[in-house]
Design a binder for this molecule. Structure first.
Ligand code: DX5
Ligand code: ZN
Length: 222
């Protein structure tokens, strides 16, 4: 199954309801929400009240990506705000096992996000505790950056690790996803695709979502 998750930070931030409508019209599966705290990453974005407001304007599950230094302190507020999935950064979480358990205890899907320089092998003892891994294919902080191709090899290695352990974990990838690379990303084992500027900066964002899905599906059709 392919999941397309448009990232609303690439949309008009003064009109998030329209961003959600566009995602729904394009048949998106999730709405990706980038939470940046000005410490873990050099940018400051969306707080819990904004997520709660967005949740009232969409039926899409909110895929909350916490780029924050102290995920434990903020987790509860984002879960209460309506997050369906929460990814915390491996590099930021000191008690990752506990943090992931708290996400699951709230009924949400728990994810671990990895920066481009963090090896996937570090996940060996946490795969059982998470539902998905979010591989960053740009250094987090901004939309519109170029895809870092070495992350394809990380995706392949992680796909092999998940298969070897028979873990029920899906792969999400975030950063620089576009029509020209989504096929090879899919072939590396990724099934959930975050897309910011390739959707919201497109002339026709609805068609852009549909095009990404079609290209990802074609990539593995025999
Ligand atoms: C980057 C964010 C991404 C970003 C993706 O820090 O985590 O979700 O919005 O935007 P694009 O697809 O433009 O790279
Ligand atoms: Zn993100």
């Amino acid at each position: 199954m392919i999941e397309i998750a448009p990232s609303v930070i690439a949309a008009d931030l003064a009109d998030l309801a329209s961003a959600a409508r566009i995602a729904e019209a394009g048949g998106a599966d999730l709405l990706h929400v980038d939470v940046m705290d000005g410490h873990f990453v050099p940018n400051l974005t969306i707080g819990p009240p904004v997520v709660a407001a967005l949740a009232r304007h969409t039926r899409l599950p909110l895929d909350v990506h916490l780029m924050v230094t102290h995920p434990d302190r903020l987790l509860g507020a984002y879960l209460d705000a309506g997050a369906a999935r929460v990814a915390v950064h491996f590099e930021a979480a000191v008690h990752l096992d506990r943090t992931l358990a708290a996400v699951r205890a709230a009924g949400a899907r728990a994810g671990v996000a990895l920066n481009p320089a963090t090896p996937v092998e570090l996940l060996a003892d946490v795969l059982h505790a998470c539902d998905f891994v979010l591989l960053m294919s740009v250094n987090p902080g901004f939309s519109g950056q170029s895809f870092l191709p070495h992350v394809l090899d990380k995706a392949r290695r992680l796909t092999a690790m998940i298969a070897a352990r028979r873990a029920a974990v899906t792969l999400e990838l975030d950063g620089g996803v576009a029509l020209g690379n989504i096929g090879e990303i899919r072939r590396a084992g990724v099934t959930t695709f975050v897309a910011g500027s390739s959707v919201y900066a497109a002339a026709d964002p609805v068609a852009a979502i549909q095009g990404l899905r079609a290209r990802a599906e074609e990539a593995v059709a025999s």
